[in-house]
Design a binder for this molecule. Structure first.
Ligand code: IFM
Length: 451
């Protein structure tokens, strides 16, 4: 960072939260330790053909055993908050019933280690690792899963709520519902649009019920949900484009924002999906539960969607297009302005709820040479997106925090270990951690001194 660089943490509110994020299945490993039960991701990744190279989270980056080293690394970097997720199958190996004390103890130790280093813990309760027995009983398309989730969330809040002040119920329910039960690209790998819609509602119902159990167990905690949001633009002005934009925005953004923040599903999307489902799984009173008041909204931002009508005019087919802009290793266009657009849009359309960027980051094809990773593209990505965040604050968005995704390279779901998102490089053979140039940059941005 140079003296002339206008981007500085001083451009953000003084009490802004600065952190890094991870999730349980992506980093922990130790999938059979201390009584942890199987999750849908153990089953899915253990099924040939589901994940690139047959990778699984069985070992991941051994955070389960190396958490103290990882917490020390965060402290060295000057990170002030850590967003991690709790693995439900560690806490309740079958997804219901009594707490597995040994499993929950892991998070006790982690939280204590964070606090000892002055790092504020933010706990996400569901980042996609549903206990397999609950999937066997029907999974998220079944209403009872929402009730089980709320019970589990209450147990965790009861145990950690004396030290954890921020709970996030769900991470990216769009992915759980539509990738898990719609496209089948994620666990549990089912492809049924009606089930995906039912899953989306039961995830949101589980969120609302969990807000109640968390608040009962930890009355002073701040509670929120994290959504993956995208600005949606038309590829051109041609016929049908505006409707493609409306439909994609409807399912990607409004299908989650509206029930949580307005207590209703968007009417136009209800019409769009009527041929797939009559939505009879939405019971009277559900939306009051789903729209329980929150303390913040978590926003994960990676890119913008640019759409046009698909090859079959008159159908719901939509074509996602590129604009020839630089992309990350995931093929996602790097578009910091999209972050400004989505943050200002949420505030304009949904009011002044504090927003927290709970994930933002990029995969690139990093190379480790002589103990360094010169990931200049990721440095530019962070700089550009933080500057977009700064502009959003200037424009009046009540932005309260930023968590870089991710602390370290990890298991990138269906992409296995082929995509690296970390500020810290991990040698997946030796588990050696090496801070990348982007981690050094973020550290200097936070602390004002070179790493
Ligand atoms: O790695 C994921 C994370 O688990 C959820 N949000 C997007 C990230 C990058 O794909």
């Amino acid at each position: 960072m140079t003296g002339q660089d206008p981007l500085s943490r001083n451009a953000f509110p003084a009490d802004f939260t600065w952190g890094v994020a991870t999730s349980s299945y992506q980093i922990e490993g130790g999938t059979k330790e201390d009584g942890r039960g199987p999750s849908i991701w153990d089953t899915f990744s253990g099924t040939p053909g589901r994940v690139v190279d047959g990778d699984t989270g069985e070992v991941a980056v051994e955070h389960f055993h190396r958490y103290e080293e990882d917490v020390a690394l965060m402290a060295d970097l000057g990170v002030e908050a850590y967003r991690f997720s709790v693995a439900w199958p560690r806490v309740q190996p079958t997804g219901s019933g009594p707490v597995n004390v040994a499993g929950l103890d892991f998070y006790d130790r982690l939280v204590d280690a964070l606090l000892a280093r002055g790092i504020t813990p933010w706990a996400t309760l569901y980042h996609w690792d549903l206990p397999q027995p609950l999937e066997d009983a029907g999974g998220w398309p079944v209403r009872a899963t929402a009730e089980r989730f709320a019970e589990y969330a209450g147990h965790v809040a009861q145990e950690l709520g004396d030290r954890v002040g921020h709970f996030i119920t769900l991470n990216e329910p769009w992915c759980s519902a539509f990738l898990g039960y719609g496209s089948g690209r994620h666990a549990p790998g089912r492809s049924d649009p009606a089930e995906a819609l039912a899953a989306s509602h039961h995830l949101l119902l589980g969120h609302g019920l969990a807000v109640e159990t968390i608040r009962a167990a930890a009355p002073t905690a701040q509670v929120g949900i994290t959504l993956n949001l995208y600005p949606v633009d038309g590829a051109h002005d041609g016929h049908g484009v505006a409707d493609a934009v409306r439909r994609v925005d409807g399912l990607a953004n409004r299908w989650f924002l509206d029930p949580v923040l307005r207590g209703a599903y968007p009417k136009d999307v209800v019409e769009d999906v009527r041929h797939l489902s009559d939505l009879s799984f939405v019971h009277d009173g559900d939306l009051d539960v789903v729209s329980a008041p929150l303390d913040f909204l978590g926003v994960n931002y990676y890119t913008r969607h640019v759409v046009a009508p698909g090859a079959f005019p008159g159908t719901v087919d939509v074509d996602f297009q590129g604009r020839g802009m630089p992309t990350t290793a995931m093929g996602w266009e790097v578009d910091p302005d999209g972050l400004f657009d989505i943050l200002t849009r949420v505030t304009r359309d949904y009011g002044d709820l504090p927003l927290v960027m709970t994930e933002n980051g990029a995969a690139f094809d990093d190379v480790l040479v002589d103990g360094r990773v010169h990931d200049e593209q990721r440095v530019e990505f962070l700089r550009g997106h933080l500057d977009a965040g700064r502009r959003a604050v200037e424009a009046g968005v009540p932005l309260a925090g930023y968590f870089a995704w991710s602390l370290m390279d990890n298991f990138e779901w269906a992409e296995g270990y082929a995509k690296r998102f970390g500020l810290v490089h991990v040698d997946f053979r030796t588990q050696e951690r090496t801070v990348k140039d982007s981690g050094r940059w973020y550290s200097e941005f936070l602390t004002g001194t070179p790493y």
